[in-house]
Design a binder for this molecule. Structure first.
Ligand SMILES: CC(C)(COP(=O)(O)OP(=O)(O)OC[C@H]1O[C@@H](n2cnc3c(N)ncnc32)[C@H](O)[C@@H]1OP(=O)(O)O)[C@@H](O)C(=O)NCCC(=O)NCCS
Length: 500
């Protein structure tokens, strides 16, 4: 009661609040009011403007000083700490840089250790010998050349179907036969011809698998075109087998069924970076030379890096893990797994960029293929399902269009259709690993089938960052586990037989 300073402080606080309110609500009118008057009454506009500008400036300075006073009085507001998830803060770029620096430093130590222990192991000549065992015999290349026969057989069948010389049923039989040969022929050759190397056979088998999926799509789309043409014939509506050309660029001609049944059109599809056929692919207007050269440089550089890291880092670790697992305890097994996990994961990431970004974009740019969505943001996957929907878009698109949706349309449940897709994918993973290694162990098959229960577990029990961490851990640990299993079995099959 007897404190005069308190009364002064209260008056100062009230006046500060009043000023703050004025500045907030009527601040702009205060600044504009005199200027408005000046505009209506003045004849010497420049002079008046200068006067009013200086008046406005001094008013603005006064207001700023008043706000400074009020700012000095209150400096808090209700807010969350940045690291709380409720703060909504998501910019962790600095932390990401820190992680990268830490990763480089820790791997530099490993790199030096590796160099001191093994010396330089990188040998580019050895890479050529992986593809070719005998310089006068090229079975893998011959297999790839022979694949043209199946491409032409598919085209011939489609032409006959379009002319009506072959019934739909007979056409389906011919296509099924052609596709079965594409699946079995390279596998039989690889298993019977000893001069074919594992890397060469993996390349040939990969080429045939891609061709199989492409020709399956080709057969489906042409059949859909015939079905749509017959609907058109019945309803006399506009051609449905001639899809909208809105995504075509300037000079490109719209193709209608059966005008698409040409060697040029089929070979464009065979070389295009997609597994799903379309009559009129989206096309980019021109080839951008700088983009093409950048991708080419990346491809060459990353190929060297992949080869170098495999020879210098992966192979010594794999060789030291050759001892069969039955002789070891669990902790030794875990130690081997974790030692392999880092180089394996790094190589997988480099491979992802090399294939899905550099190579497919290079291929697309060269062919002026417009759809460049080869991958989406799988690294943000919070569920296993999201990962499979986003990491390999060409395969996912094919699975959806030619396998999953047709099964759903036939009345199969979502669960059964998803299981069927993963079963098919597991079969091809096993096929691509077992046949070149000439060793059937089902590790790749089981790894792929294990995705279904894993997806269920992660989807039901983990959310957000925990889900994302679970997806990363499954990638980092799951793959080297499968690699170790194959290495172990390869050792038992080849090394034990030799010593035994
Ligand atoms: C199995 C798989 C195809 C499921 O995909 P998904 O996106 O989770 O499937 P969804 O159930 O969400 O449905 C996808 C589509 O089917 C449609 N659909 C759903 N029910 C449908 C029905 N009864 N009839 C017709 N369409 C239906 C959806 O509308 C959706 O269409 P859209 O893509 O045009 O939006 C996917 O997980 C996959 O591709 N897995 C294998 C991947 C793989 O092996 N990759 C190998 C990489 S090396």
């Amino acid at each position: 009661m007897g404190d005069p300073g308190a009364g002064l402080r209260r008056r100062a606080t009230f006046s500060a609040i009043r000023n703050q309110t004025e500045a907030g609500s009527g601040g702009s009118s205060g600044a504009c009011g005199p200027a408005g008057t000046a505009r209506s009454s003045s004849t010497d506009i420049t002079k008046q403007n200068g006067l009013h500008a200086s008046q406005a400036r001094s008013k603005h300075d006064k207001r700023k000083r008043r706000n400074d006073h009020s700012g000095r009085l209150s400096c808090h507001q209700q807010q969350e700490s940045l690291l709380s998830s409720s703060s909504g803060f998501i910019n962790y770029r600095g932390i990401l840089n820190w992680c990268v620096i830490l990763l480089v430093l820790s791997n530099a130590r490993l790199f030096l250790e590796n160099l001191l222990k093994y010396g330089i192991l990188v040998d580019p000549i050895q890479v050529i010998s992986l593809f070719v065992k005998d310089p006068y015999s090229w079975p893998a290349a011959c297999l790839v050349i022979v694949s043209n026969v199946f491409i032409l057989a598919a085209l011939y069948t489609e032409r006959q179907l379009s002319k009506g010389s072959l019934s739909e049923h007979a056409g389906l039989l011919v296509h099924s036969f052609n596709l079965s040969i594409i699946l079995s022929f390279p596998a039989v050759v690889i298993l019977l011809v000893p001069s074919i190397s594992p890397v060469g056979s993996a390349f040939a088998l990969g080429t045939y698998t891609v061709l199989l999926l492409k020709l399956y799509s080709y057969k489906d789309v042409n059949r859909w075109c015939r079905e749509l043409s017959s609907i058109k014939a019945k309803t006399l509506s506009r051609s449905l087998s001639c899809p909208s050309a809105q995504h075509l660029s300037g000079g490109d001609q719209k193709i209608c069924y059966p005008g698409n049944l040409t060697i040029r059109d089929l070979y464009y599809f065979v070389f295009a970076p997609t597994l799903c056929y379309e009559l009129n692919f989206p096309r980019s207007p021109k080839i951008r030379m700088s983009f093409l050269l950048r991708r080419l440089f990346e491809m060459l550089f990353l190929t060297q890096l992949l080869v170098g890291l495999t020879q210098q880092w992966m192979i010594p670790i794999i060789q030291s893990s050759m001892k069969p697992l039955e002789d070891m305890d669990l902790s030794r097994m875990m130690e081997r797994l974790l030692r392999l996990a880092v180089p394996n994961h790094l190589l997988w990431l480099i491979f992802f960029y090399w294939f899905f970004h550099s190579s497919l974009n290079f291929n697309a740019e060269l062919l002026r293929f417009g759809d460049r969505q080869f991958y989406k943001d799988w690294w943000n996957s919070e569920t296993v399902t999201y990962f499979w929907q986003n990491w390999n878009i060409p395969v996912h698109k094919w699975c959806l269009r030619h396998f999953y949706k047709p099964l759903l349309r036939k009345g199969f449940s979502k669960m059964a259709s998803q299981s069927a897709v993963f079963f098919l994918s597991a079969f091809f993973h096993e096929y691509l690993v077992s046949v070149p290694l000439r060793m059937f162990r089902l590790w790749a098959f089981m790894g792929m089938m294990a995705q279904l229960p894993l997806a269920w577990l992660v989807g039901h029990f983990l959310r957000g960052n925990y889900g994302n961490a679970a997806v990363w851990i499954s990638l980092i640990i799951g793959q080297p586990f499968a690699v170790l299993m194959y290495v172990h079995d390869y050792y038992v099959l080849h090394y034990r037989q030799e010593t035994g």
